[in-house]
Design a protein around this ligand. Structure first.
Ligand SMILES: NC(=O)c1ccc[n+]([C@@H]2O[C@H](COP(=O)([O-])OP(=O)(O)OC[C@H]3O[C@@H](n4cnc5c(N)ncnc54)[C@H](OP(=O)(O)O)[C@@H]3O)[C@@H](O)[C@H]2O)c1
Length: 268
């Protein structure tokens, strides 16, 4: 039997990119869904697509997760609808690939609020009912940027290092409650991400072997979640890169980390 029958996954950032593909993969495997993002119309379209294809029950919750009250509002709406979330997927996030002081403070603060504070609040809120239920799964979308400081994308890299650290710690803490926590660490994936991060149209001009496909990333995420993997790095080139970083002096890691932001902004 497929994994999800009768179960519900809540996915943030489901209106585009990796989150939209995660919704498709979880629906195909029999999950009901709660979809969160700001663009209500895109969520409604996806809900209709998934209902037509798989008969998926989808609850659409348009919310701006960069507002501090949003996680509690989402939790309350889900509870009031009588929905138990079996799998929590914190995927919504964005980057800013520009110098630290060249990036407006409001954008920096919004990134920390979304990538760090909202994700933390969602884990805190939804872990409670999972503990009561005696099982649960959490997927937090980090990035390969989590493994090194990223000059010119400093706050983004720091936010993803936080997500990785939090996820690893929670995976230990919640293990006795039969709750798995997975940090997903994709490399450069073709979505709207780089356009949001750079403010430039189109995808960065990077070699094909560095580009990951959002559908593939979502499928690997699904498998990692159900295998209870704690850290999943997508793409062989990125797995090798992260392995190499482990044996590289920190001063080199710092300067190499800057390539990630630069690569997204300028391409090679
Ligand atoms: N693409 C990559 O190269 C890459 C690499 C590593 C990690 N990641 C991570 O993967 C995750 C998904 O990114 P993606 O590549 O799929 O980017 P994307 O195509 O830009 O999608 C981002 C999603 O997050 C939602 N979102 C953004 N701000 C939000 C807010 N304030 N409140 C609620 N939802 C919000 C967006 O929906 P709305 O605009 O409708 O709100 C959208 O659904 C992010 O955490 C990103 O950091 C991406």
């Amino acid at each position: 039997m497929a994994h999800g029958y009768g179960k519900t996954a809540l996915i943030t950032g489901a209106s585009a990119g990796i989150g939209r593909e995660l919704a498709r993969v979880f629906a195909e495997r029999g999950y009901n869904l709660v979809l969160v993002a700001r663009r209500a119309e895109a969520l409604e379209q996806l809900a209709a697509e998934l209902y037509d294809a798989w008969g998926t029950t989808v609850t659409v919750l348009p919310k701006d997760l960069s507002r501090p009250a949003a996680p509690q509002q989402i939790f309350d709406a889900v509870r009031d609808a009588g929905i138990h979330v079996d799998v929590l997927i914190n995927n919504a996030g964005f980057g800013a690939f520009k110098g630290f002081t060249d990036t407006p403070l409001a954008r920096v603060s919004g990134m920390v609020q979304l990538n760090v504070a909202a994700l933390t609040a969602m884990c805190h809120l939804f872990a409670g009912p999972m503990i009561e239920a005696g099982e649960g799964r959490i997927l937090n979308v980090a990035s390969v940027a989590a493994f090194s400081p990223t000059p010119n994308a400093a706050v983004y890299g720091a936010s993803k290092a936080y997500v990785l650290s939090l996820s690893e710690a929670l995976s230990e803490e919640l293990k006795p409650h039969n709750i798995t926590v997975t940090a997903l660490c994709p490399g450069l994936t073709e979505t709207e991400f780089s356009q949001v991060a750079t403010g430039k149209a189109g995808n960065p001009a990077v070699p094909d072997f560095m580009k990951l496909d959002a559908r593939q990333v979502a499928q690997e995420a699904f498998d990692a979640v159900h295998a209870g993997e704690v850290v999943k790095i997508n793409g062989l080139v990125y797995q090798l890169g992260v392995e190499w970083l482990r044996y590289t002096p920190r001063f080199m890691v710092r300067s190499i980390g800057g390539l990630y932001g630069k690569q997204l902004e300028d391409g090679f």
